[in-house]
Write a protein of this length. Structure first.
Ligand SMILES: C[S@@+](CC[C@H](N)C(=O)[O-])C[C@H]1O[C@@H](n2cnc3c(N)ncnc32)[C@H](O)[C@@H]1O
Length: 226
């Protein structure tokens, strides 16, 4: 197996005879978080990152090579769920921190357990629509990563970015068209979301890409706060 760096710090590529996989170096050796494969390479352990379970790596494989860097960033993660993606972000950080917001107590329980093993994860049980519920725990961040699958996702993002994102900071929004309107063509929905982010909230749209076939009717939008 041959290990090499990618354009994203902390994200590696492993080539074997039969396949190429993306991996992160495991911060908690011996532990697989969501059933992902563990690989031992040059005396270090790596976790295979499944693009069907995570929109960040799906976006990378879909051709969005200029994704926001994760390493050593302060990140507000809206819709962290059980922490599948956040666990790989946690592997990628040396310094930096991930505030994980999730409103379902059932899935949050799992994320709490993950955070007990990984000191750069901060679990916060709260509704991402109610920033006042966590404004005393979250400080200015470099990146907001949002994956909430809600009809008002642009508004949720706008409110959080207004309050917590630094000037020049970035946003990664995973947009599921089916959560907004099943009767409208996905491309039309994505265009409307971008219009709202630009015109109502004043963000600069930097990139936009569909992440089919990893996630049907999903796109990723990258914004910058001027
Ligand atoms: C698609 S899943 C996220 C998967 C996760 N991003 C990952 O890659 O591991 C969406 C999550 O957002 C949560 N969610 C939806 N609306 C929310 C809200 N208003 N506030 C907080 N969490 C929310 C859901 O409970 C669910 O766990």
């Amino acid at each position: 197996m041959i290990l090499s760096k990618t354009s994203i710090n902390g994200l590696f590529q492993v080539k074997s005879d039969t396949k190429t996989r993306l991996v992160t170096r495991n911060k908690v050796p011996g532990i697989s978080v969501y059933g992902e494969q563990l690989l031992s390479i040059n005396g270090e352990e790596y976790r295979v990152w499944d693009p069907y379970r995570s929109k960040y790596v799906a976006a990378f494989l879909s051709g969005m090579k200029k994704l926001p860097q994760i390493q050593d960033k302060k990140i507000l993660y809206l819709g962290v769920s059980t922490g599948t993606t956040a666990s790989h972000f946690s592997d990628m950080l040396n310094t930096g921190i991930i505030y994980g917001i999730e409103f379902s107590p059932k899935v949050m329980r799992k994320f709490f357990r993950l955070a007990e093993q990984r000191s750069n994860l901060v679990p916060i049980l709260a509704d991402a629509r109610k920033t006042e519920e966590y404004s005393s725990y979250v400080f200015e961040v470099d990146l907001i990563y949002q994956d909430v699958a809600q009809p008002d996702q642009a508004t949720i993002f706008g409110r959080n970015a207004h309050e917590f994102l630094k000037r020049g900071g970035h946003g990664f929004l995973a947009v599921k068209s089916q959560s907004i309107d099943v009767t409208v063509e996905p491309d039309e929905i994505f265009s409307k979301q971008m219009e709202e982010l630009e015109q109502e909230f004043g963000f600069e749209i930097q990139q936009y890409h569909s992440i089919d076939p990893f996630e049907k009717k999903h796109a990723v939008i990258i914004i910058k706060k001027p």
